[in-house]
Design a protein around this ligand. Structure first.
Ligand code: BDP
Length: 633
C-alpha cells in the first residue's frame, strides 16, 4: 500500500516504475476467455452422479470407479452442474451426506484441438467443495483442496492418446471437514450402541452456514496456444490527470517471445502501448475507476490487450479489464483515489433455494439489481471467495469488495497455517487484478483466545501484505480478545457485534452505550479506521409485534436503527463503514437457534424485502448523498 498522501513516495514509484507485488506462485490463474487464439467449451449441464454410501465411503477407490463408466459400476442419477447436490433430490441422506460423491461426463473434444499439437487443452473447475480428485479417461490429472477457488490441469497429451474416443471426465468430491481442513470440522462417531446404529457418525462444524457440497462453479475445457500468456499482474496509480498502469506478464511454453501491450479505453480507442514482459503505460486524461454512487461514471474499465508473438509458434492474445484507482488507509479514513470512502453495504452468501451454493446467473443479476436498489456501494464476501464472474460484475458496476478467505477458525496448527498461506496465495493470484477488490480479509472471527493464534495471524497478515502491497489487510473480529491478537497487524478494524441479540436479549436500550464503548476502546487502542463488518437480528418474515419483540420485523428494524444512531455519531471521526448481516436469509445446519436457516436477511431467501430493506434503502441513499462525494469537492 502506498503511504497515504505521500506524494514523494508516489513520485519515486512513478519514476522507477517499480512493480511492488511479489507473486510466489509459479503459474497464473487467468479467467478463461475466448480470443482469436483461445477457445472455451462449457461442460455445464447434467452429469452422471453417485454418492459413495459404503460404510467407509471408500468403495469408489477400492473398485476404481474412475477406470470405467460410472454406469458400469452401479446406479447413477442425473446431477446438474453447477449446483450443490444437497437440495436436488427428495432424499435426506443425500442432503446431509458426508463423504465422497462421484461426477462423470463424456465430452467430444473438437478434432482440431486434438490434431493440432500447438494447441494446449486445459480442464478447469471453477470450484468444487471441499476436496476434489479429477481423472480423464481413467488417469488422474489433478487434485485440489479447498472449496471456493478454481483449479485446472492440462490434458492435451491425454486426449491425444485415444483421439477418436469421447473424453470421459470423472470428478470425485469429498465434503468431510476435519481438523486439517479450512474451515475445520470434526467427525464424531457415536459408539453407544443402545442409542445409535453401528458406524453412526456426525460432522461437527463451527460456522453458521450449511456445508453445501458438489461442483459449485462451471467446468470448462479451454485452449491456449502452446506458447501462451500464463499470467498478468497490474498495479495502478495516478497523479493529477495522468494515470499509470504498471504491468507484468509471464509467458509459458517457449522462449524468444515478443510481447506487445496495448491499452484501450472503454470505446476501444488507443490509449497507450508498450513492449516487453514488464513496464508501465501512461494514461493521459485518465478516467479513474470510481465506486458506485461516488461518481457519475462508476466502474470505468480500460482494456489491456496482451499480444504475444512467439518464434516459430502461433501467437497468443489475452485482454484484461483494468480499472485505474488507488487505495490508501490513514488512522481515520479509507481512501479511494485519495477521497474518503464510506462503506454502506451488505454481507452476502452464495446461497439460494435448490441450487445451494451453485453458480446461477439469474440469482447473481437479481442480487446486483437489489443491491443497486438499496443503494449499496460495497459488500464483503463472507465467508469464502465468491465466483470470479461476480467480481467481474463488481468491477463493471463499481461495487467495492472486501475479499474474505475463510469463516471462523478455531484450530491453529502448523499444518493449518501452511495450508492457510497456500489458499491465501491462491486467492491473491486469482483476484489481484480486480479494481473492485479493495481489501483482503484473511478470516472471520478466529477463536483468538487460543495460544498460538497471535503467531498464526501475524504470519498470515504479514504474508498477505508481502503478496500484495497495494491493498490493506484485515481480519474480522467479534471479541475484544480477538482484537488483542490481531489488532496490531490489521490496517482496518473490522468488528462484528450482536448487541441486544446474542446478549441482553430484547434490550434494545443498551445498544447505544455498548456499541459506542466498544468503538471508543478499539479506536483508542489501535488508532485504525473501524468498519462495522456485521450487525443484525433474525426476523421471520411476516412476524409482527409492537412494541418490538425478538424475531419480528419490528425488532429487526428497531435494532438496526439503534446501531445507525451510533454509526452517525462516529462517522466523522474514525468510523468508515457499515455492512449489514445479512443481505438475504440463508441456509444453515439444523439446530435450535435456527428456524430453517439464518433469518437475519433484510431480504428473504427468495429475495423479497422485509421491512428492514426499506429502512436500509432510505438510509443508504441518504448516506450516498452525504458521503459519496457526488458533489464536486
Ligand atoms: C456472526 C458470524 C456469521 C453468523 C452470524 C449470526 O460471522 O457467520 O451467521 O454471526 O449468528 O458472528 O447470525
Amino acid at each position: 500500500m502506498s503511504v497515504p498522501g505521500s506524494f514523494s513516495v508516489l513520485r519515486v514509484l512513478w519514476l522507477l516504475s517499480v512493480f511492488g507485488t511479489v507473486l510466489p506462485l509459479d503459474g497464473g490463474m487467468l479467467f478463461p476467455q475466448e480470443s482469436s487464439f483461445r477457445e472455451v467449451k462449457e461442460l455445464n449441464g447434467l452429469w452422471d452422479f453417485r454418492a459413495d454410501g459404503s460404510p467407509n465411503r471408500n468403495e469408489g477407490f477400492e473398485k476404481a470407479w474412475y477406470k470405467r463408466r460410472l454406469t458400469e459400476t452401479g446406479p447413477v442419477i442425473e446431477m446438474p452442474v453447477p449446483a450443490s447436490y444437497n437440495d436436488i433430490t427428495q432424499d435426506p441422506t443425500l442432503r446431509d451426506f458426508i463423504g465422497w460423491v462421484w461426477y462423470e461426463r463424456e465430452v467430444f473434444v473438437p478434432a482440431r484441438w486434438i490434431s493440432d499439437e500447438g494447441t494446449r487443452v486445459v480442464l478447469r473447475v471453477g470450484s468444487a467443495h471441499y476436496y476434489s480428485i479429477v481423472w480423464v479417461n481413467g488417469e488422474k490429472v489433478t487434485e485440489h483442496e479447498g472449496g471456493h477457488l478454481p483449479f485446472e490441469a492440462e490434458i492435451s497429451s491425454l486426449i491425444r492418446k485415444e483421439p477418436t474416443k469421447p473424453c470421459r471426465i470423472t470428478i470425485a468430491v469429498n465434503n468431510t471437514l476435519t481438523l486439517e481442513t479450512l474451515p475445520p470440522g470434526t467427525i464424531q462417531y457415536m459408539n453407544d450402541s443402545s442409542r445409535y446404529p453401528d458406524g453412526f457418525f456426525v460432522q461437527n462444524i463451527d460456522f453458521d452456514f450449511f456445508n453445501y457440497a458438489g461442483i459449485h462453479r462451471s467446468v470448462l475445457l479451454y485452449t491456449t496456444p502452446k506458447v501462451h500468456v500464463d499470467d498478468i499482474s497490474v498495479e495502478t496509480n495516478f497523479m493529477d490527470n495522468t494515470g499509470l498502469v504498471r504491468y507484468k506478464v509471464s509467458v509459458q511454453g517457449g522462449f524468444n517471445n515478443t510481447l506487445n501491450i496495448t491499452l484501450m479505453d472503454k470505446d476501444g480507442h488507443f490509449v497507450a502501448s508498450s513492449t516487453g514482459s514488464s513496464g508501465g503505460l501512461k494514461v493521459v486524461d485518465v478516467k479513474l475507476w470510481w465506486p458506485y454512487l461516488m461518481h457519475e461514471n462508476p466502474g470505468y474499465l480500460y482494456s489491456m490487450k496482451v499480444r504475444q508473438h512467439a518464434h516459430r509458434h502461433v501467437g497468443d492474445e489475452y485482454t484484461l479489464p483494468v480499472g485505474i484507482r488507488t487505495i490508501n488507509v490513514t488512522n481515520t479514513q479509507f481512501l479511494i483515489n485519495n477521497k474518503p470512502f464510506y462503506f454502506h453495504g451488505v454481507n452476502k452468501h452464495e446461497d439460494s433455494d435448490i441450487r445451494g451454493r451453485g453458480f446461477d446467473w439469474p440469482l447473481i443479476v437479481k442480487d446486483f439489481n437489489l443491491m443497486k436498489w438499496l443503494g449499496v456501494n460495497s459488500f464483503r464476501t463472507s465467508h469464502y471467495p465468491y465466483a470470479e464472474e461476480i467480481l467481474q460484475m463488481c468491477d463493471r458496476h463499481g461495487i467495492v469488495v472486501i475479499d474474505e478467505l475463510l469463516p471462523h477458525i478455531s484450530v491453529f496448527r502448523n499444518a493449518s497455517l501452511s495450508h492457510h498461506l497456500v489458499v491465501m496465495d491462491e486467492l491473491v493470484r486469482r483476484d489481484k487484478n480486480h479494481p473492485s477488490v479493495v481489501m483482503w480479509s484473511v478470516a472471520n472471527e478466529p477463536a483468538s483466545e487460543m495460544p498460538p493464534a497471535e503467531f498464526y495471524f501475524k504470519t498470515l497478515i504479514e504474508h498477505t501484505k508481502a503478496l500484495d502491497q497495494t491493498r490493506p489487510v484485515t481480519y474480522v473480529t467479534i471479541a475484544a480478545a480477538d482484537m488483542d491478537k490481531g489488532g496490531p497487524y490489521v490496517d482496518v478494524v473490522c468488528a462484528n457485534s450482536y448487541f441486544a441479540w446474542y446478549f441482553d436479549q430484547g434490550r434494545l436500550d443498551i445498544i447505544p452505550l455498548q456499541l459506542s464503548t466498544h468503538f471508543e476502546n478499539w479506536y483508542r487502542k489501535y488508532q485504525r479506521p473501524i468498519i462495522q463488518s456485521e450487525y443484525g437480528a433474525d426476523a421471520v418474515p411476516g412476524l409482527h409485534m409492537d412494541p418490538p419483540m425478538m424475531f419480528t420485523e419490528e425488532y429487526q428494524n428497531a435494532l438496526l436503527q439503534s446501531y445507525h444512531d451510533v454509526f452517525d455519531q462516529k462517522r466523522n471521526q474514525y468510523f468508515v463503514g457499515e455492512l449489514i448481516w445479512n443481505f438475504a436469509d440463508f441456509m444453515t445446519s439444523q439446530g435450535i437457534y435456527r428456524v430453517v436457516g439464518n433469518k437475519k436477511g433484510i431480504f428473504t431467501r427468495q429475495r423479497q424485502p422485509k421491512a428492514a430493506a426499506f429502512l436500509l434503502r432510505k438510509r443508504y441513499w441518504r448516506l450516498a448523498n452525504e458521503t459519496g462525494r457526488l458533489l464536486p469537492d
